[in-house]
Ligand binder design. Structure first.
Ligand SMILES: Cc1ncc(COP(=O)(O)O)c(C=O)c1O
Length: 493
């Protein structure tokens, strides 16, 4: 007797085709990536390495998502990078804001070499360099309360610690975060991260964390509520307040005075979403809500922290005191180390083994980190970033004046972005134009990334050691390429 396959009802077919369609868009076949390599303007050595990579590594890594065809980095020094064919690039990216003191900083490298020959790793057991690193790091937190830190390896892991310890300390289940935030791609942090592409990567199992609640970030150039800043009375904060005042959400029971929320874990400025800077009143408003309802305020400074914005922590621009912060990337100028730090009473509220991975407190990274922190202090690095930021902002302002495609720019310290539009009045996002500008700048020897809610932002995070000449060089490339984009896509004032 022949069996017929069960027919699916139209609704489940619709679901399947929708989600599979989404996944299809994210997928890029190996053949397509190989074609991109062959069609790129890269030299023969770079192409050979890319072919080798595609042959042996899963295509699930990041590089072909960042660039149509990624450059093959051979070596880097200061604010410059060279590819496998010797082509030089000005670095407006710092490997995602990691190599802030410049690539291959001699003093940091020396400290790392010494530690490599002394002790590399031993089961997370304490050692002197780690103890010194923690002490020095806590000295970077300007807030007036007793402090502690938990050392981890990646930014996502530091966020996991913040999530776990906030729930442990408060005994409450919900973590609030912002649409557009990026907090990492480990399972816990990924539940906090909102990127459209994540939705399809979650399929068929959605994030296992049902205690995540989102609200809108203050993206003032495209206010989700249709207001203009200033003069909006910070409606975005009012919208969050409303969630607590009504009894129609499961966040809060106003009658009983019970709040279910452990923490707000937010990016003060949204980095992966395109280096978007929020106004201080927004962060102050969120903090006031946290204070009113006994919610912990956690500032994820993995990308915005350690001087990038011209202050040690981005949250300092608003004067808000966070209960915890997370930091990573720039901590060791290129070695994997991250930290969740803040109020002692929170970080001492749990017990041994509450969090662990094999490389937590990796002594070699601690040695690099300790040297980075010494250099920060000795060379007044953060003050230098603030000054260079003013210079960069002036350059971006001038690009905005001369290019109708530049709808808006953000800049604090060396944390900067420009937003490309087809028309300044309608603010129609210039998506294909953005892709063109990214690739053309790369061809001309300037590296940065493109991102944004509408993939129309160019995000700039140069190393803190970049010189004015190098900034000028980068801006001159941008200027030329923007003119070409305006011509090619017929963008007029
Ligand atoms: C704000 C923020 N949090 C967390 C992360 C995750 O860090 P990692 O990639 O080291 O896990 C990132 C990475 O870009 C980030 O920008």
């Amino acid at each position: 007797m022949s069996k017929t396959a069960p027919t699916k009802d139209p609704q489940s077919r619709a679901f399947e085709s929708r989600i599979l369609g989404e996944r299809e868009k994210l997928k890029s076949s190996l053949e397509k990536l190989e074609q991109r390599v062959e069609q790129s303007t890269l030299g023969p050595k770079s192409k050979a390495i890319l072919r080798q990579t595609l042959e042996h590594e899963s295509i699930g890594h990041l590089s072909f998502g960042l660039f149509p065809c990624p450059p093959v980095v051979d070596r880097a020094k200061g604010a410059k990078m060279w590819d496998a064919d010797g082509k030089e690039y000005i670095d407006f990216h710092s490997g995602f804001s990691v190599n802030v003191l410049g690539h291959c900083h001699p003093e940091v490298n020396e400290a790392v070499k010494v530690q490599l020959d002394k002790l590399q790793q031993f089961a997370e057991l304490p050692c002197q360099v780690r103890a010194e690193f923690s002490e020095k790091f806590l000295g970077l937190l300007p807030w007036d309360y007793p402090k502690k830190c938990q050392i981890t390896v990646t930014g996502g892991e530091a966020v996991e610690v913040a999530m776990k310890v906030s729930r442990w300390y408060t005994g409450k289940p919900i973590i609030m975060t912002q649409y557009g935030d990026y907090h990492g791609r480990t399972a816990g942090a990924m539940a906090l991260t909102s990127k459209a592409s994540m939705l399809a990567y979650h399929y068929p199992v959605l994030p296992g964390d049902s205690g995540i609640f989102r609200f809108h970030f203050a993206y003032c150039y495209r206010c989700p509520f249709g207001y203009s800043y200033p003069g909006c009375d910070i409606q975005c904060v009012k919208a969050v307040e409303y969630l607590f005042e009504s009894k129609e959400t499961w966040l809060n029971n106003p009658g009983a005075g019970i709040t279910n929320v452990a923490a707000m874990i937010i990016e003060p400025f949204q980095s992966s979403a395109g280096y978007i800077i929020s106004p201080p009143e927004y962060l102050q408003g969120l903090k006031a809500i946290c204070d009113r309802y006994g919610i912990l305020f956690v500032s994820d400074e993995v990308q915005s922290g350690m001087g990038r914005t011209g202050k040690t922590w981005a949250i300092e621009h608003s004067g808000v005191t966070p209960d915890l912060i997370t930091a990573a990337k720039s901590l060791s100028n290129g070695l994997p180390i991250s930290v969740c730090a803040g109020r002692k009473e929170i970080l001492d509220s749990w017990g041994p083994t509450a969090h662990s991975t094999t490389y937590c407190g990796y002594p070699v990274a601690c040695a690099g980190g300790l040297k980075v922190l010494e250099i920060f202090e000795r060379d007044k690095i953060v003050e230098g970033v603030a000054k260079k930021g003013e210079y960069l902002a002036e350059g971006l302002r001038s690009l905005q004046r001369s290019h109708p495609i530049v709808g808006h720019f953000d800049c604090k310290g060396l944390y900067a972005a420009i937003e490309l539009v087809r028309d300044r009045r309608t603010k129609a996002p210039a998506g294909p134009e953005t892709g063109y500008v990214l690739t053309s700048c790369l061809d001309e020897g300037l590296i940065f990334i493109a991102s944004g809610y509408f993939y129309n932002r160019l995000a700039f995070a140069p190393p803190f050691v970049i010189s004015k000449d190098e900034i000028d060089h980068g801006l001159a490339i941008l200027d030329r390429v923007l003119s070409r984009a305006e011509q090619k896509f017929d963008i007029k004032p």
